[in-house]
Design a protein around this ligand. Structure first.
Ligand code: SIN
Length: 303
């Protein structure tokens, strides 16, 4: 009998598998397909202070081994999330959820995090400083160590729950940004968000995506994500949630060996809504294959 439990700050997860923000809605949509309580947790859609319609369409471009999205943080706003989405989730999910919060100013991050921190079902706050699809927000904070640290400090000052900062790979030195967040009080790091990418429609000879560029995710980025998790693990003493192209139980184990305590599954959910469930179910088999009796023992094992 293998042990899939992991400890993510104050949360004990039955397993490390977590659908990533933006690929799992507010959870209850997927509860119509299967019992989402089999998951370790999940991270809900990136939420901002005001409701957002998102970017113009087309927002998606398919690529070999992945896809580019430019959704633009479409969400109903923090007040509707608290009043309408979380009560629906509570009916079908009986575990702590990860709240993914985005913003366009330090004050907005702090405002939303202070509110969401009070929600009983929220177990951990994931602060998204890495959305590549909005101007003057998101990634603007995550590509600069000083700005990322400023957001971290502001959020930590008004919250009680673990705060994980979700980092962008679109930087020359992700390690220095992770370290700045740790020094500013972050309880953990989530990494990586999508890589800025682009496709051109050969018939129209114009970018496929209305916003021209978007975030590239899917199996093609897995080696990049793994490399960054490996590097950040060596530099910080706080837990890492690893993500980027994870699509199998073997990928979860590889990500944990690089240094992740838990692992998010993103684009795979968009291709197959049962992807995260299948990974959870396949984990014990993969653990037996690689002679792993307890997942928590392999974190950072490749170092
Ligand atoms: C989006 O809504 O544009 C994606 C969110 C993200 O990549 O952080």
């Amino acid at each position: 009998m293998v042990n899939t439990k992991v400890q993510l700050s104050s949360l004990t997860l039955d397993n490390p598998v977590i659908p990533a923000s933006g690929t799992f809605g507010f959870g209850y949509e997927f509860a119509e397909l299967y019992d989402i309580n089999v998951l370790g947790s999940f991270s809900f859609k990136g939420t901002t202070k005001e409701p957002r319609f998102g970017n113009p369409t087309p927002r998606i471009a398919e690529c070999p081994e992945g896809l580019i999205n430019s959704v633009g943080l479409q969400n109903p706003g923090i007040h509707a999330v608290i009043a309408e989405e979380l009560p629906k989730l509570a009916k079908c999910f009986h575990k702590p959820v990860i709240a993914n919060i985005s913003g366009f100013s330090v004050d907005e991050y702090a405002y939303c995090c202070e509110l969401i921190d009070k929600e009983p079902q929220v177990g951990l706050i994931e602060v998204n400083v890495s959305c590549p699809n909005v101007h003057n927000g998101g990634m603007a904070f995550g590509t600069d160590a000083v700005a990322a640290a400023e957001v971290t400090r502001a959020v930590k000052a008004v919250t009680t729950k673990p705060v994980y900062i979700k980092l962008s790979p679109n930087v020359t030195d992700i390690v220095s940004i992770a370290k700045a967040c740790e020094e500013a009080g972050a309880d953990g790091i989530s990494m990586i968000n999508t890589l800025l990418g682009m496709r051109i429609d050969l018939n129209r000879k114009k970018p496929i995506i209305a916003n021209k560029m978007g975030g590239f995710s899917g199996p093609a980025i897995f080696p990049v994500a793994l490399r960054m998790v490996y590097q950040v693990y060596e530099a910080v003493n706080i837990p890492i949630i690893g993500m980027g192209g994870v699509s199998s139980a073997d990928d979860v184990i590889e990500m944990m060996l690089a240094g992740a305590t838990a692992v998010q599954v993103g684009a795979a959910n968009l291709i197959d809504p049962f992807a995260a469930k299948k990974i959870v179910e396949d984990l014990p088999r993969a653990m037996e294959q690689y002679h792993i009796s307890s997942l928590k023992d392999i974190i950072g094992g490749a170092h």
